[in-house]
Write a protein that binds this ligand. Sequence first.
Ligand SMILES: [Zn+2]
Length: 444
Amino acid sequence: MPRAKSKHGIDNYKWSTHNNNPYLRTLFWPKVKKGITQAAKDLKIKISDRDIKWLDEFNGQYCKFVPKDCRTYTDHISNKQNRLIPEQLVISEMRKMGCIVGNSPRYSLSNKPGNTDFNYETQLRTLWNFLAMVGSKIAYSSMLILLIEKTIPPPPAVDSSILAACINHKWSKFDTPLTVNGNPIHDLNNNPMRCKESLSSPEAFNNFWAALSNLHMLRGNEGNYLNQCSECNKNYTKHSRKRYKKCNVSCILHPYPTGLVTRNVLLSKLRKDISSSTKAKSHVKIQRDALFPQDILKIHENIEKNNFILEDLRNYVMILLSLDAGLRYDGCQNKTVSNFNNHAKLWKIKDDRIIHLAHSVIEKKDSKAYTYKLHFKEIPKLCALRHLLVYVHCAKLGNNDSQFFPTNIQSSDGNDKSFDAEEMYTPLNYKDLYDWLKKNTGIM
Ligand SMILES: [Zn+2]
């Protein structure tokens, strides 16, 4: 859900890893390119030209990929402001904010749904911003794995102690000093850093962890995690790749961290400690916002006052239908006329009276469709079927492929209820429905 204020009610918190934090732009990002290129040079690693170009153009910020099939993107192009703008323009506007529309090269092999990729990209961007704040040599070398393209040879793993700092930054009490094992962590200007406390439940780390594990595996760091040996690192930095020697023959460490950092034992222990902490135990899961019958009746009252315009009826049917079959937004959003028509054999119509209809639904993670029966309900105002029939009659829904709940319905003059051809195929935007619900119920 969109938030006007930051989680802790303070805007522009200096230690926030959110991309909108102005301190990132002024204090931390501008140092990133130099820091990263120096780290790459020291480790004899080549960064792609594409990355150098991006860092120059975008002042050192993370390049975030937004897959075309993720909800954020489909919502973004169909919201009220962007609906009438050519898609290409929306894409170039997003680029100005540091986002490239398309599949992420960081995960291009993994073939996951767009929402997962988008989520991972968001997680990795917070890590990028954290590392940019720390701005130490090891922080910059930990950023190499987060670049757009895989470096040659493969980049180091993210350093385990800096990752521990990042975890504490996300978890420890808001605005308290950031420490790891009691040692304070400083930013690149040697100011002691403070915690952001963006997470309140241990489960919230799972996405961050999955994003990191996947990235490490896809970028050549899949074995056991090994910390760097600082002596070996010094030798390695000073000499060429060929002439470099280990600090001593028995040293098993590398000149830079390698392997799957998420399997590091100390980090596993840290995560366990978090799970058994008082904060984790006292965490109460927030219930989803619920709609009660009285809320639905209130919506009904409001749209009645508003002369039952077709747009309101569309939204109301969507809500009633979701409640009737217990659907999430995804189950309703992409509904087409064919989801009803294809199940006409299951409809029951006796003496010209409808007994029940049937429709199919594909939910977010479903691989096949489920069929639901639709009956009349005792209370007319809360009856999905009754409103649906009126809606179908008034909306003159187009052919089988058109959206059942399209973005735009013309209904103001009472006569012309035709759709704009393109909008017939654009499903109603989540944010628009959410705003409408908020306006009509006063809750959420
Ligand atoms: Zn060594």
